[in-house]
Design a protein around this ligand. Structure first.
Ligand code: AHR
Length: 502
């Protein structure tokens, strides 16, 4: 049977914040070294940045880029990462049991962002695992104060006359996780985050601060953690973070395809918890959500490596280099749809990560860079998902999943640009059946289908690899039409679709 919904500009969710198309660069595996930074690479510029990677990063359309971790940040000493490269110390990175050379640091990160272009924005995490308020303040002064103090002048001496202008700051990372160096209880972390936030606002009241929420909805402390942390920090922060990664469990592909059900309930539960704290405080302020780590991640493979003890303080080892299939890209697209469907409260989001490490872009040291299957949904959403999200309520045929029960086969959202054009993003979760779609367009001045592209393949396990970097590409769909105010299309089985209307 047919899936249906209605679009009407009178019914909207909210404006898409460009920061929703953020990403993440962590000192982890080959994300930095031989990923974005490889001085000996044939395409490297004088800063050591790979131009082939920069081109793909621009094409991907990422905005805010979170740095330097992740779990890495809980051992991060920012002072190690500045000044003459040859003087920087080599350190143990406890989070990933690797050796950190600090050859790439804060200044190189800012240079990388500036080279991407004006759409790129820094999002810097401070270490609240093994460090505290004083070091956060020192980093902020070094980075943002124009000059005339010891730390700002040190930056100038290091060759960065212009302050970095970092507005968006994360107060630590995943502090609820027992794996985090310096892991804390909600009460301990809430107090430390509050004190850090208060002090950072003494330097600059205009900073935007993200407090750590839960590492996933399944954490035993979920919700209680958010409530406790926000009770301490409500007036001092702007965002609470959410992290979520998905993979098929025990071969259950049907539940994996419905991963966005978990993501949407996670978002709604964090909104409810934050608003509950706001209500208790009789506050008019709303805390927004920073979904600053999300992706498909075959985390069980990583846990096998982790538990085997095989990692041995190597420099830039190959870690978390998941190679994504068409199936993964369809789930990934559905996660993007989930974020857009909550554009009113999710105003920052970071795809974890950017290059090589669970990433849309892969590289070979000394060799090429290429796009994974997940690159395409992200690039299309970042490009066409700008404007106001329309309220999409689908009437869809369903299927049965072990984890989430009866689930819609169609997952969709639509964004109306300032010029009145509309882009529909839609996923068909059926592994076997095409899904007929009918969309009624009310009060929208639209008369033609500009394009309908699809990511799908007869082989859902198809992937792009070093040997075959363009095995999977989006292709045009056939038969999509707009007549008498109704859009009709057929969504291929297991597909990600982008339909642009003008
Ligand atoms: O993105 C990989 C890791 O996942 C991050 O370092 C950590 O924050 C999360 O557990």
């Amino acid at each position: 049977s047919t899936a249906r919904f209605t679009l009407d500009p009178a019914f909207t969710i909210g404006e898409v914040n460009p920061r929703v198309f953020g990403s993440f660069v962590e000192h982890l595996g080959r994300c930095v070294y031989t990923g974005i930074f490889e001085p000996d690479h044939p395409t490297a510029d004088k800063e050591g940045l790979r131009q082939d990677v920069l081109d793909l990063v621009r094409e991907l359309g990422v905005t805010a880029i979170r740095y330097p971790g992740g779990n890495f940040v809980s051992g991060y000493k920012w002072e190690d990462s500045v000044g003459p490269a040859q003087d920087r110390p080599r350190r143990l990175d406890l989070a990933w049991r690797s050796t950190e050379t600090n050859r790439f640091g804060l200044s190189e990160y800012i240079a990388f962002l500036r080279k991407i272009g004006p759409q790129a924005e820094p999002m810097m995490a401070v270490n609240l695992g093994t460090r505290g308020v004083a070091e956060a303040l020192e980093l902020q002064e070094y980075a943002n104060h124009p000059s005339g103090t010891a730390l700002s002048d040190l930056r100038v001496t290091h060759g960065d006359e212009e302050p970095f202008g970092i507005r968006l700051w994360c107060l630590g990372n995943e502090m609820d996780g027992p794996w985090q160096t310096g892991h804390k209880t909600a009460q301990e972390y809430g107090r430390l985050a509050a004190e850090s936030a208060r002090a950072m606002r003494q330097i600059d009241p205009g900073v935007e601060l993200v407090v750590c929420g839960s590492s996933s909805q399944s954490m035993p402390t979920f919700a209680e953690w958010e409530a406790t942390v926000l009770a301490e920090t409500y007036d001092l922060v702007d965002y609470i973070s959410l992290h979520a990664y998905y993979q098929p469990e025990d071969g259950d592909v049907d539940s994996f395809l419905a991963s966005a059900v978990d993501m949407e309930s996670f978002i709604e539960n964090v909104v409810a918890t934050a608003d509950h704290v706001g209500a208790r405080l009789k506050s008019k302020k709303k805390i927004n959500l920073s979904f600053d780590e999300w992706n498909v991640w075959y985390i069980s493979k990583w846990h096998e490596i982790e538990n085997s003890g095989a990692r041995d303080w190597a420099e830039a080892p190959r870690l978390l280099e998941d190679n994504y299939s068409v199936l993964d890209a369809v789930v990934f697209g559905s996660l993007l749809i989930a974020l857009l469907r909550h554009a009113d409260r999710v105003t920052v989001a970071c795809l974890a990560q950017l290059v090589n490490v669970i990433a849309p872009i892969m590289t070979e040291p000394g060799g090429p860079a290429w796009r994974q299957t997940t690159f395409f949904p992200f690039a299309q959403a970042a490009r066409h998902g700008r404007g106001r999200v329309l309220d999409v309520r689908v009437d869809s045929p369903t299927y049965e999943t072990k984890k989430y029960g009866e689930t819609d086969l169609l997952h969709a959202t639509a964004v109306r640009a300032e010029d009145g054009t509309v882009t529909v993003f839609a996923v068909n979760r059926s592994r076997t059946e095409a899904l007929p779609l009918e969309v009624a367009l009310n009060g929208l001045d639209l008369s033609s289908v500009v394009e309908h592209t699809v990511l799908a393949d007869a082989d859902p396990d198809a992937r792009n690899t070093l040997a075959e970097p363009e095995r999977v590409l989006p292709h045009p769909a056939e038969g999509t039409a707009l007549t008498d105010g109704t859009l009709t299309a057929t969504l291929e089985p297991l597909s990600w679709n982008v339909v642009r209307l003008a």
